[in-house]
Design a protein around this ligand. Structure first.
Ligand code: ATP
Ligand code: MG
Length: 413
């Protein structure tokens, strides 16, 4: 890691280089919005009238990569690889969208045209980073002042072009704390069922971003009001909507998208199927499934056997489970006693005790003549429980336990 750099310093340099080479170049879209709102931009995108091949000529082939050649996007990196590369996109318009997601063709165009192909007025501005001058042909500055997410142009037409914009609209509205422009909201409500033409990956990505944000409850409320929640998560019962929003509001700000998703899906019979439909990763799917399946696992924690409790407390998603149960409890004005009890237990019980090395392994069972199969698994589970519950304390006791169970199971076979 090099020394800390001024955010945007490299993106400023790229703009200056393009201008020195005789081109028009500006910062574009989200970074301009964030700067006008006094927020630090996540990244700085550049728009230019230079064609992709001209951009590559200015920076040299070694420092530039045509990432979205057909869209006119070139990635430019700095000389020593210290800064994140920036995207330089040629001003363009987009042709028809036959599939509701991708333009059939793009045409290089003027800065004004490029503003109009963008989704929302707050995202449709440019800035000269040398002077701070803002180029706003779409009323974006006024909408930032009013706190409004509004489609550029005719909302219905813009949503028909690209249905993903529906989810983007509620995401920006929730995360920025802006209202949805009524005409934009109406167009989303009218087309919410069509969100399914968008690929699962893109849908999932928007949900990840909404659910990891501290304003996740607002995002879900907007999704409910516009019908997008029902389209993406039809299995969530409508009479559970209010409870879901309330529970999400009780999650700590730092909760992950996966924990928030589990909170949303907690009353769904088969959350794993929904995760698979959204093409979530195996890790996410496993975590959501485990969290939902374990939601009652800490009930009466103080009276539970260690063999039932400790595997939950030793699980890598344990803290997420605490968050989920706390959120459910608070939503239901429950006591929260069980989670509190577990948290204090963890102050005295170390990981070695929660998840001790097994006294008996599969190899031991094979050594005494057992072959892997259902009984084998039962035996291992049972001796593990006995170990956690303190019924066997060393290897000899554990092996004796195995023999005992084996005898009980054998005669009938
Ligand atoms: P974020 O903070 O989420 O990154 P962003 O505004 O930078 O917000 P990006 O997805 O990074 O969003 O896109 C950059 C810009 O590209 C947007 O500000 C917008 O002008 C334009 N854009 C992105 N996606 C779309 C879309 N689906 N339709 C139209 N314009 C879009
Ligand atoms: Mg961005």
């Amino acid at each position: 890691m090099g020394p800390a750099h001024q955010p945007g310093a490299f993106a400023l340099e790229v703009v200056e280089t393009l201008i020195e080479a005789g081109h028009e170049a500006v910062w574009a879209g989200g970074c301009v919005r964030d700067l006008l709102m006094g927020r630090e931009p996540g990244d700085f995108d550049i728009a230019t009238d230079a064609r992709p091949d001209q951009v590559r000529e200015v920076f040299g082939r070694a420092r530039s990569f045509a990432v979205g050649a057909s869209f006119g996007v070139v990635l430019v990196r700095d000389r020593d690889g210290r800064e994140d590369p920036v995207e330089v996109a040629t001003f363009r318009t987009e042709g028809a969208y036959a599939d509701g997601r991708h333009p059939d063709a793009v045409q290089f165009a003027t800065r004004q045209d490029d503003a109009r192909r963008r989704d929302f007025t707050i995202n449709g501005m440019f800035m000269d980073p040398r002077t701070g001058e803002v180029f706003d042909d779409v009323g974006g500055r006024q909408d930032i002042e009013r706190g409004l997410v509004r489609a550029i142009g005719e909302p219905e037409a813009r949503i028909n072009e690209d249905k993903l914009r529906m989810l983007r609209a509620i995401r920006f509205s929730a995360s920025l704390g802006f209202a949805l422009d009524p005409a934009t909201a109406e167009a989303i409500a009218a087309h919410s069922q069509e969100i399914t033409v968008v690929s699962a990956e893109r849908i999932a990505d928007e949900w990840r971003r909404m659910l990891s944000d501290t304003n996740r409850a607002v995002a879900v409320r907007l999704a409910i009001e516009t019908g997008l929640l029902a389209s993406v998560f039809p299995e969530v019962p409508t009479d559970g909507y209010d409870a879901a929003v309330e529970r999400l509001g009780h999650l700590p700000q730092s909760a992950t998208a996966t924990v928030a998703l589990a909170v949303l899906l907690v009353d769904v019979t088969d959350p794993g199927a929904m995760c698979e439909r959204l093409k979530l990763s195996n890790r996410e799917t496993d975590e959501v499934t485990w969290l939902v399946a374990s939601r009652d696992g800490l009930d009466q924690a103080a009276d539970q056997k260690r063999s039932r409790l400790f595997p939950l407390l030793a699980h890598p998603s344990r803290d997420g489970l605490f968050e989920l149960i706390d959120a459910i409890e608070r939503g239901a004005a429950g006591s929260g006693d069980d989670v509190a009890w577990c948290r204090s237990l963890l102050e005295t019980v170390g990981s070695e005790e929660l998840d001790p090395p097994p006294l008996v392994t599969g190899e031991d069972l094979i050594a005494v003549g057992l072959r892997p199969g259902p009984l084998f698994k039962t035996l291992l589970g049972s001796v593990r429980d006995a170990q956690l519950d303190g019924d066997v304390r060393d290897r000899d006791e554990a092996l004796a336990w195995v023999h005992e169970i084996r005898r009980e199971n054998e005669p009938d076979e």
